[in-house]
Design a protein around this ligand. Structure first.
Ligand SMILES: Cc1ncc(COP(=O)(O)O)c(C=O)c1O
Length: 396
């Protein structure tokens, strides 16, 4: 018996160990809070990588998905799926892009992959301009356009991506001057997320727009992390008053339900078979995405995110130990000095607050757009406490 048990133990399937994990098991969530298996409550200032947009287990979100599941959960894109059109109509209105066309898929990387592919189909060209510190995902072209050689496998390496310094208009102009007729697309985040919350300058986005127009290249606005109302405008690129040709979106789109999409300007023409997916646009995913838009609209979450974000930023800027507080709305980053390098860990284990990080020592805040002032103030108090009394705290 004992022998049989140990053999079974020996062959129990393990998870592929690619994630450095915090030793916390979350089992329940509501609004801006999470609970672990022992009932300990955590404030979520990270939204699980910017995914939780309207709050964990929002009742309207849960109900809409459950109702949809009871009607039809899935059928393939070989028949009409009316809820896709309902989603396109609502997304067009709320984003102010009614003339654009929607293609639905399942993840941010897949959205970017399709956007770059579509650009190349459109103008028949191969070169994509991406920028230093960019992150566009982990599939083949998306990862090739990501400025992190450590996650690019040899098979993903390609000379079709040209990396230029972020926010450097002169080098962008020089590149277009030298090889404008080869450029299929420029892909840029409105605010770099994984790269450390680095906002694109408005003039830089305007320069991308004018150069893409002049050279018939496609302007791809990666809004996977910075989009969907998080910054106070539907797309953070909107602050520059420019229209991109393709916007990619995921994360906040489904509040945790895997759904992604690209919206495509009218001059980019579809052809049957050009793009495709099995799961993309399934009725359940569309119900989740519609529920998110309905809540964003009903609860005024875009303007709320801007106001709460402004409040957090202005308070953080009063803390002398924190440097370079930046971002827009509820996409905020700041640099932590070496003397406080354990701040994020201490916030988690001493104050029970989840935040995000970027290298080398940046804290990223990406909470739900519904974060209320009381919770924002609790975070601000807790961070002060951790900064001023670190010696009194033990680390777990
Ligand atoms: C800007 C940006 N683009 C693309 C992605 C990839 O999204 P996914 O992980 O859903 O493939 C991410 C993920 O962090 C992102 O931040």
């Amino acid at each position: 018996m004992r022998y049989a048990f140990s053999l079974k133990k020996l062959f129990t399937m393990k998870l592929f160990d690619v994630y450095p994990l915090n030793n916390i098991s979350v089992v329940k969530a509501k609004g801006s809070y999470l609970w672990d298996e022992n009932g300990l409550q955590y404030l979520d200032m990270y939204g699980g990588h910017a995914v939780i947009s309207i709050g964990h287990t929002h009742p309207h979100f849960v109900q809409r998905i459950m109702e949809q599941l009871n009607k039809i959960g899935f059928y393939s894109n070989s028949v009409k799926i009316p809820i896709q059109e309902e989603l396109a109509e609502k997304l067009g209105k709320i984003s102010g892009r009614e003339t654009y066309q929607l293609f639905l898929c399942n993840s941010g990387a897949e959205a970017n992959e399709n956007a770059m592919k579509l650009a190349s189909f459109h103008n028949g060209r191969k070169k994509i301009i991406a920028f230093s510190k960019s992150f566009h995902g982990r599939t083949s072209l998306a990862v090739a356009a990501t400025d992190n050689p450590a996650i690019v496998a040899p098979v993903n390496q390609t000379d079709n991506i040209i990396f230029l310094p972020f926010n450097d208009e002169a080098s962008l102009e020089a590149c277009f001057r030298a090889q404008g007729s080869n450029i299929a697309a420029v892909i840029v985040e409105g605010i770099q997320g994984v790269g450390g919350i680095n906002p694109a300058k408005e003039t830089f986005l305007q320069k991308i727009r004018s150069l893409c127009t002049a050279h018939d290249a496609v302007f791809i606005a990666d809004s996977v992390q910075c989009g969907y109302g998080r910054t106070g405008k539907f797309f953070s690129h909107d602050y520059a008053n420019v229209d991109a040709d393709i916007y990619t979106m995921a994360k906040g789109m489904g509040n945790g339900f895997p759904v992604a999409g690209i919206i495509i300007a009218p001059h980019l023409q579809p052809k049957h078979g050009m793009l495709g997916t099995t799961f993309g646009g399934n009725p359940l995913a569309c119900a989740a995405a519609l529920a998110v838009l309905e809540v964003i609209e009903r609860e005024g979450l875009m303007i709320h995110a801007k106001n709460i974000g402004d409040h957090i930023q202005s308070e953080l800027k009063k803390i002398p130990e924190l440097q370079n507080v930046r971002g827009k709305g509820l996409m905020i980053g700041f640099d932590v000095p070496d003397t406080l390098k354990d701040l994020r860990k201490n916030l988690l284990f001493n104050q029970h607050i989840f935040t995000g990080e970027a290298k080398p020592n940046i804290i990223r805040l990406l909470p739900s757009l519904a974060l209320n002032k009381k919770d924002a103030d609790q975070f601000l108090e807790s961070i002060q406490e951790e900064i001023h009394a670190p010696a009194l705290k033990g680390e777990s």
